[in-house]
Each structure stands twice: as structure tokens, then as C-alpha cells.
Design a protein around this ligand. Structure first.
Ligand code: AMP
Ligand code: MG
Length: 395
């Protein structure tokens, strides 16, 4: 049985068995890492990143507006054009061009490096010309809808150049913006969750992150939510190193500080995971949550909206175990990671190591990504290790 809550999918309950709490080895490792992380973040926290955060919020909000327009048209279209993947292509490139343009425009005095998913190769071909025209119109219409850019009109060449700013390799020196122009393209096409995810790396550390989630309800989406309506949607999460995480509506309500769930009882902790079984091993996460004693059924949603929802305490655990051979990209986690950690949560790989965003476009990590609060992390890591051992021994 699958229950549907607005744009979310909740899957049936699993049977659970409690496990003994806690292993000290992991606790020691997490606390040692916390000391290293706080020392590393000290130099970053002396920077304010105020101007950068304002620019990132503006860029992500405008990109969200562009994507919403395309998704609305897509959902109103007939069945035949729904099977056509071009709307997501247009929104993906359009979002990247817009974010790239707005950041460079707002922060014009700085040297600008962007690590992003798309490049303009296909759009420069003869077959891409019509799509390029559509994208350019969409970007210009969106800029026009914002008073401060009313004088800007980009040519197709400007759009191609803005997209190609995203070719940076990132790395451990200097500043690099990291962008997923539409994270969760499958969700976007289904009319479900997606996010515009933007982060800034400074000397290899994530120092700010913004998640625009146009379809995420403003109220909690946890399984036990008392709210009967999820009609009001559109959240903007933003975090700056040392300054916490805030959420506001994409329409511009006043920001409120958010915090991860403080539960230490796994029975109260619900799980987020990918909607797409191809992106994460659902069987493995089910085995882990069974060991832990989680009672609620998993909530399966697309994109880094999972990190956003977790940062405000909607659920307490996010597990991601891609199929063998998949390499995680930094733009799929950088913004989500700081949104959760600044809200008091912890993000590690399956061995309990923090994610390292300084190695270029890919994350170099031990199997899987694990997100939860400080109290649950030790027992969660124990359950992860046991389930992985069982899986490996059954091969
Ligand atoms: P989610 O919506 O959380 O499942 O994550 C969406 C992201 O998963 C996309 O932005 C892709 O970069 C990434 N992705 C694509 N293919 C895979 C895969 N085979 N395994 C894991 N992640 C993937
Ligand atoms: Mg993505």
C-alpha cells in the first residue's frame, strides 16, 4: 500500500527489531572530526559571506521561478508532450544560465568560478538552435520579472557563455560556486519534488548553501504531521558557516531559524530516501532502519529537498546507497550538507567520515551517505555497518 501526500510518496511500514544502542568507536571518530571541522570552520566563520549569500538567494529564487513556469506548462500539456524530455532540458540549461548570470552580475568585482552540471555542447549544434532560442527567451522573461534586472537582455551567445562558466573543476584552493540547476529531474518531470541547489566552497570547505524547493510544503511533511493540507508550497533554505540555517517561503516571507529533530529515540525517527530505486538501495536502508527500530514507513522524495526537510526536523534520517560503481557529484550534496549541518545535523559517508568537497567535481567516499542528528548518529552508523556486513557476506 502506498499513501500519497501531495508531491510526496510514503511507502508501507516495515517490521522492526530494536538493536542495542551505540558504539563508542564511531562516537569517538565523530567527536574527533567535529573538533577538526570546528577548527577548520573558524577561519571561514571570520568571513561574513553576507554579499555572497544575498546573491545566492536571489539567483536560486529566480531559477526556481523559471523552473516553476516550465513545470507548470509541462503538467498542463497533453500526454504525448509529457513523454518528451525537452522541458527539463530547457529548464535545466535555463536555470544554470540564470544562476551563473545573476551571481556574476551581483558579485562583479570577484573572480568567478562555477562547478555545474551542464555545458553548452549540444546547444551549439544546429539541432540545438530552437532549444537555445527557448532558453534565451525564458531567461530574459525571468530576469524581466525581477525589477533589478529589467534593463538586462541576454543574447543567445550570452546564454551559452553563462552556461559554460559552469565548467570549473573546483578543488581545494580559492572560491568555487557549486550548482545543480535542477536536482531531481525525474521528480521535475513527474510533477513532484526537485530543487535548485547552490553552494560556495572556500578553500575546499562549503561555507554557504541555498536550496530552493518549489514544491516542498511550507509545513512539515513528516509521516505524523497533523497538518491536513500541504497546499502552500515553495521553500527557500539557506545556511552560512557558523550562522545556522534559515527557511522562508519562496514568495519572500520573513526567514525563520530551523533545527534538525532532536530525537534520540529511533522509534520516533522517520527516514527519507530517494524516490528512484535506481538512485539508492531501498532494501539496504530498510534493513538498516529495521535494526535501528524505526517504526514509520520511509518517505521517498526526489532531490536535495530531503536535506531541507530534514534540516527543519520533518524526519530524522536520510540514507543514500547508490548502486555499485556510481560516483556522487559535489553539486548533489554541497548545499544540502551545509543546510543540515548548520541546523545541527551530521552528514557522513558510510564509514562516518565527513564529505570532502575539495577533490574536484566528484565526491571520493566510502559507500553511501548518511544524514541524521548528533544523538542518533552512533547507533545509525552501527546499524549501517552491520547491514553492509550482512549484505557483503551474502554475495
Ligand atoms: P535523488 O532525487 O535524491 O534520487 O537524487 C537525484 C540525483 O541523483 C540526480 O541529480 C543525479 O545526479 C543523481 N543520480 C543519477 N543517477 C544516479 C544513480 N544511478 N545513483 C545515484 N544517484 C544518481
Ligand atoms: Mg542532482
Amino acid at each position: 500500500m502506498a499513501t500519497i501526500i501531495h508531491c510526496l510518496r510514503v511507502v508501507p511500514k516495515v517490521t522492526n527489531t530494536n538493536t542495542e544502542p551505540f558504539v563508542s568507536l564511531f562516537a569517538k571518530r565523530v567527536s574527533r572530526l567535529a573538533i577538526v571541522a570546528s577548527a577548520a570552520s573558524f577561519s571561514s566563520s571570520t568571513m561574513s559571506y553576507e554579499k555572497e549569500l544575498a546573491a545566492a538567494n536571489k539567483a536560486a529564487s529566480l531559477a526556481a521561478r523559471l523552473c516553476q513556469k516550465v513545470q507548470k506548462e509541462l503538467l498542463q500539456s497533453d500526454v504525448q508532450s509529457k513523454s518528451d524530455k525537452s522541458p527539463v532540458t530547457v529548464a535545466d540549461y535555463g536555470s544554470q544560465a540564470l544562476v551563473s548570470f545573476v551571481l556574476e552580475n551581483e558579485l562583479s568585482s570577484e573572480s568567478f568560478s562555477l562547478v555545474a552540471e551542464e555545458d553548452s555542447g549540444d546547444l551549439r549544434k544546429e539541432s540545438g538552435q530552437e532549444t537555445l532560442q527557448r532558453i534565451t527567451k525564458l531567461v530574459n522573461d525571468t530576469l524581466l520579472s525581477d525589477g533589478s534586472f529589467s534593463a538586462s537582455s541576454l543574447t543567445t551567445e550570452d546564454v551559452l557563455r553563462a552556461i559554460d562558466r559552469g565548467r570549473s573543476e573546483g578543488g581545494s584552493h580559492g572560491r568555487h560556486w557549486v550548482l545543480d540547476p535542477i536536482d531531481g529531474t525525474k521528480g521535475f518531470l513527474r510533477g513532484d519534488q526537485y530543487a535548485i541547489a547552490l553552494a560556495l566552497l572556500d578553500e575546499g570547505k562549503v561555507v554557504l548553501g541555498v536550496l530552493a524547493c518549489p514544491n516542498l510544503p511550507l509545513v512539515s511533511i513528516s509521516g505524523d504531521s497533523q497538518h491536513s493540507s500541504h497546499d502552500e508550497v515553495g521553500c527557500l533554505f539557506f545556511a552560512k558557516v557558523g550562522a545556522g540555517t534559515c527557511m522562508q517561503s519562496l514568495d519572500g516571507s520573513s526567514p525563520k531559524k530551523v533545527h534538525v529533530s532532536t530525537t534520540e529515540n529511533p522509534e520516533e525517527a522517520s527516514l527519507f530516501e530517494s524516490f528512484e530505486a535506481a538512485h539508492s538501495l531501498h532494501d539496504l536502508s530498510s534493513s538498516i532502519t529495521k535494526k535501528l527500530g524505526v517504526k514509520a514507513p520511509p518517505v521517498r522524495i526526489d532531490s536535495q529537498a530531503k536535506y531541507g526537510a530534514l534540516s527543519r526536523g520533518d524526519g530524522a534520517i536520510y540514507l543514500r546507497f547508490p548502486h555499485k560503481g556510481y560516483r556522487e557529484k559535489i553539486w548533489d550534496h554541497a548545499a544540502g550538507c551545509i543546510v543540515v549541518t548548520e541546523a545541527g545535523g551530521v552528514v557522513t559517508d558510510a564509514a562516518g567520515n565527513p564529505l570532502d568537497f575539495s577533490q574536484g567535481r566528484y565526491l571520493d567516499l566510502d559507500t553511501g551517505i548518511i544524514v541524521t542528528n548528533q544523538k542518533l548518529m552512533p547507533s545509525l552508523l552501527k546499524a549501517v555497518r552491520e547491514s553492509l556486513d550482512e549484505k557483503n557476506s551474502s554475495l
